[in-house]
Write a protein that binds this ligand. Structure first.
Ligand SMILES: Nc1nc2c(ncn2[C@@H]2O[C@H](COP(=O)(O)OP(=O)(O)OP(=O)(O)O)[C@@H](O)[C@H]2O)c(=O)[nH]1
Ligand SMILES: [Mg+2]
Length: 671
């Protein structure tokens, strides 16, 4: 069987992952916002006599050396032995998409264009002459619909053809006689060194003029480096003389001129663009005055519904585990084994699993936010606040909202930030956003103390996370992360009705992740808590004399000023370092679930007042995130410096905020 390696490249949010999933039958996440895919995914499938290996690349606007994905994508085109690059393109935004296409042409990529989103182009009355466009570009263009697989057969047969007969896509790029000539001089020099000709010399020449750090470094290793770099400076100076602009601008203009010419020839648009449905919706949702209030209302509805829909299911599971515990207790009597199963396993893991319904609903809402296109709007409406207050780009609000789901993918989503210092700062903020792992803690305490205003209190906790994150960001931006953010125009995707399948798959995937955690980390933590609660032999289970009681008693004074100085909250916080769900599983192991849910609630009433419960929730919200989040920051920054910094910052912030809440609240007479 023949083999064919195909890369899917294109702007963000054009449907690359949708194409990838359709081809490979895999379920990579699809979302309606730019920057969904941050890590390349690989898959394969057979078609006729060929095995296709497909690589889904993160979306890019350019192929510079500015952000990690851009480098990933261009390395893929340059280094990996791909046979064909399928450039997925949004037909409704052709002009903008072509800017990347042109850069891939400079790289000499063996291209096939897959023109996607034609439904939107047609709604906007853009008529594209596909044949003519293919001729002008010099490589095939195929019309597809990624959602229902239209045009896939033609796409694949075209890919096969192109794989067998490579096309030199640099040929059709005519960058005006002036630039062409000077690039030619540079190219001739570059071609003298065979080590530099693994990519088209034209590309290297362009990148040198653009001052691309990675290419310059590569050229510096050449024995002709001084000659080449001298010529580069000469050409740049010459271009500056003629055009009165830097070489970078001259090159960008040349690209746009090529694209303009192509658009004029091959695309006809109505003289006045009709406002689309998205435009009409955005009149309200991204309105300067209404934008933020609407965002808050959407969040509020989300939290309210989470409780209203989730609570009955939660009670059901709770009762189920209660009955199971009783049955096992009845069967095994008062034995160590019975305590292990009932207190340790059912108490610990079961205690967390009760909250599964609300966690699923939360993930469901976040998936809908992502897939409808609203997520990018939320970032857009926050842009002003972010700029003024924090000095960060609104774009960094996207990882923050994703943090409502889970911090790990949210931290990875910061990869799309152009500026390294902004990226690091955004990473530091994600842990303040309340992830679903913390929901059980709130759910437990809110239903115990704030039964009448569940949605409101939950909303206030999430809001507290956002506000604290913004304040911390404002402080850090003025101290550790000084420097201006690079300006960036945020792209607002067209609103789409979320696909049921997509949303359900996404939610199921996250739910699986939670169940896996329940069966591994939470289980192990519960067993440890059980053992520590049972030793030394002869002590009453979970009493202050047990090992866990002694550990808790030793550290409890630290938390006394925050209003929860008993030993149980202290150990719950300690074990919660592993994963935040463990805060609740520790409580339920200690207090049991067997009394039909009342055991743990009654115990919680002994430990907290409403005020100290709120301070506790704030502390759990803000203090050091789970090991997985810490590990992800380590992996993303390749150093322990940032995860440690983040841990110190979050711990200090959590302590200070909880202190303010408790002491302030006490002064105001809420104690
Ligand atoms: N209407 C319509 N929607 C589409 C089409 N193709 C993809 N979509 C939707 O477009 C959105 C973006 O799709 P993705 O496949 O995640 O895009 P991507 O190019 O992988 O995006 P990044 O990973 O961010 O670069 C999703 O909501 C898809 O359901 C299409 O042909 N028509
Ligand atoms: Mg993608």
């Amino acid at each position: 069987m023949k083999e064919c390696i195909v890369g899917l490249a294109g702007n963000p949010n054009v449907g690359k992952t949708t194409v990838f999933n359709q081809l490979t039958g895999m379920h990579q996440h699809v979302g309606n916002w730019p920057g969904k895919t941050v890590e390349r995914a690989e898959g394969h499938f057979d078609h006729d006599d060929t095995r296709f290996d497909v690589v889904d690349l993160p979306g890019n606007y350019a192929l510079s050396a500015h952000s990690i994905e851009e480098i990933v994508s261009r390395d893929f085109i340059v280094d990996d032995d791909s046979d064909v690059i399928v450039n997925v393109v949004d037909a409704a935004n052709l002009e903008r998409n072509l800017y990347l296409t042109v850069q891939m042409m400079e790289l000499g990529a063996n291209l096939v264009m897959a023109l996607n989103m034609n439904d939107f182009a047609k709604k906007k009355e853009h008529i594209i002459d596909i044949k003519l466009m293919a001729e002008l570009l010099g490589f095939p263009v195929v019309e597809i619909n990624a959602k229902n697989k239209d045009g896939f057969d033609e796409l694949l047969s075209t890919v096969k053809k192109v794989a067998n007969k490579h096309i030199d896509t640099t040929q059709k790029l005519v960058y005006g006689p002036e630039l062409r000539e000077h690039l030619g001089d540079l190219q001739a020099l570059i071609e003298k060194d065979v080590n530099l000709t693994d990519v088209p010399a034209m590309w290297t020449a362009i990148k040198l003029l653009e001052k691309d750090a990675i290419v310059i470094e590569k050229v510096q290793k050449s024995k002709y480096s001084s000659q080449i770099l001298r010529e580069t400076d000469k050409v740049a100076a010459h271009l500056a003389d003629i055009y009165n602009e830097g070489a970078e601008e001259v090159i960008a203009n040349a690209r746009y001129a090529f694209i303009d010419g192509l658009m004029n020839e091959a695309v006809s648009k109505p003289a006045v663009e009709k406002p689309t449905v998205s435009d009409k919706i955005d009149k309200y949702l991204t309105n300067r005055i209404l934008g933020i209030p609407i965002f808050l209302v959407i969040m509020y509805i989300m939290f309210q519904l989470t409780f209203t829909i989730g609570a009955p299911f939660q009670d059901l599971i709770d009762e189920g585990f209660g009955l199971l515990g009783e049955a096992i207790g009845g069967l095994l009597g008062d034995s160590v084994l019975s305590s292990f199963i009932v207190d340790g396993i059912i108490g610990g893991v079961g205690g967390v699993l009760t909250f599964l319904p609300i966690i699923i609903i939360m993930f469901l809402f976040i998936s809908i936010l992502e897939d409808s296109g609203y997520l990018a709007r939320a970032a857009f409406v926050m842009d002003k606040v972010m700029h003024k207050l924090v000095g960060l780009h609104g774009k960094s609000f996207i990882p923050m909202i994703l943090g409502f789901g889970c911090g790990v993918p949210a931290i990875m989503a910061t990869r799309t930030m152009e500026n390294e210092s902004d990226r690091l700062l955004s990473m530091m903020l994600v842990p303040f956003m309340s992830c679903t792992a913390r929901l059980p803690v709130y759910a437990l305490l809110i239903s115990a103390f704030f039964a009448a205003n569940q949605g409101e209190v939950l909303f206030s906790i999430y809001l507290l996370g956002i506000v604290v994150a913004l304040v911390v960001a404002a402080i850090l931006k003025r101290t550790m992360f000084k420097g201006m953010s690079s300006p960036f125009v945020m792209e607002l995707p067209t609103y789409k009705v979320p696909s049921l399948k997509g949303v359900l798959l996404h939610t199921w995937d996250k739910t699986k992740g939670f169940l896996r955690k329940a069966g591994t980390i939470i289980l192990v933590a519960s067993i440890i808590v059980w053992v520590l609660s049972s030793v030394p032999f002869g002590v009453e289970y979970g009493s202050q004399e047990s090992a866990i009681g002694q550990i808790g008693t030793a550290i409890a004074p630290i938390f006394a000023p925050l209003g929860f100085g008993e030993w149980q909250p202290a150990v719950a916080i300690l074990f919660g370092l592993v994963a935040k769900e463990v805060v609740v599983s520790t409580f339920s192991s200690l207090f049991g679930v067997e009394e039909e849910g009342s055991g743990i609630e009654a115990a919680v009433h002994d430990l907290f007042t409403p005020l100290s419960a709120y301070a506790f929730m704030a502390f759990v919200l803000l203090y050091v995130p789970c090991f997985a989040a810490i590990g992800t920051i380590k992996q993303e920054t390749n150093s322990w410096k940032w995860p440690l910094t983040m841990s110190v910052i979050t711990l200090a912030t959590g302590y200070i905020v909880a202190l303010i809440i408790y002491q302030g609240g006490s002064l105001l007479g809420f104690a």
